[in-house]
Write a protein that binds this ligand. Sequence first.
Ligand code: 5GP
Ligand code: MN
Length: 337
Amino acid sequence: MQAPTSTQIQTSSHAPELQRITDAILARHRFVLSSHARPDGDSIGSQLALAFALIALGKSVVVVNKDPAPSPLQVFPGVADIVIADRADGDFDAAIILECGDLDRTGVTGLDRALLINIDHHPGNSGYGQLTWFDPNAAACGEMVYELVRALGVVLTVEIATHIYLAILTDTGAFHYSNITPKTFDICREMLEAGVDPVRVARDVYDSNNMGRLKLFGAVLSAMQIDRSGRIAIVYLDHKMAREAGGTYEDTEGLINLPLTVKEIEAVVFFKQIEGDDYRVSMRSKGDIDIGVVAKEFGGGGHKNAAGCTVSGPIDALQKQFVEKIEQAIDGRPADR
Ligand code: 5GP
Ligand code: MN
């Protein structure tokens, strides 16, 4: 048997960037925070954890997002104060962009009028901003925010801890995806010690949907197709289907993960009609299957197990193209576990 390892949380190997960002924040007063359009749990959690930490330091903070938080997240502290706008107005000393691979993906203009700080974990981050801290190994941007909050010397409050936990819970797909490390659990343990109720958070995130959403899930899953190898689920939604089921496109959040609960299914591709032949494509995969590479080939991007893009063309041809590329990604993975 080996000697027990230390339970001390490892400090980041990105200490220089973290230190520069910490110094820049401590020397300034007025902040604007933003993240990618159509924010998810990691965007909301990362922004609000940092916002509460900055407020604890006596700073002034405005969070500006292009789109509202998903409805289950509306009950989380501070969400009601997020400004929904496509422009950051007023004077500020620095804009901190969290969980966003490119400045354009915020959908918010005017963020680069002051010092621009980029904190993110998305592979392919464009490196925008005067100060960039990029860690593709972080399971969630919320893990990076945890380190920043500690570096700023802020004592964890239940609000800060709840948002860090929310970010990690949602961005790991409730602890399903890769990039989870012992540190992920060390941070979560510390958040629980700071007062987070994990049952309450899970209920708020996963068990507070409306009936239209359940009906829409039923309609979409009934129409699901499986490729000939039996490993890829192809899911489709258009406006007519959503209307008939009594749900909205927003209600499909999380739907894409369900086919992966079937043992044989290794990847899912979800086509959502935007208009005519234009489609939003979301993909998910298990284990070592790199779906991010597939998204990139179609002009999008993302992570190994979660990625997306926007494409145009006849749906049958698109589905065939994606299935072919995904089959290649499945067959080309390093080794079967
Ligand atoms: P979703 O399927 O939830 O829309 O996106 C999953 C992940 O894929 C996102 O967290 C993001 O990293 C990435 N992603 C989705 N769509 C795009 C896109 O159009 N461009 C890029 N670069 N990444 C995307
Ligand atoms: Mn994330």
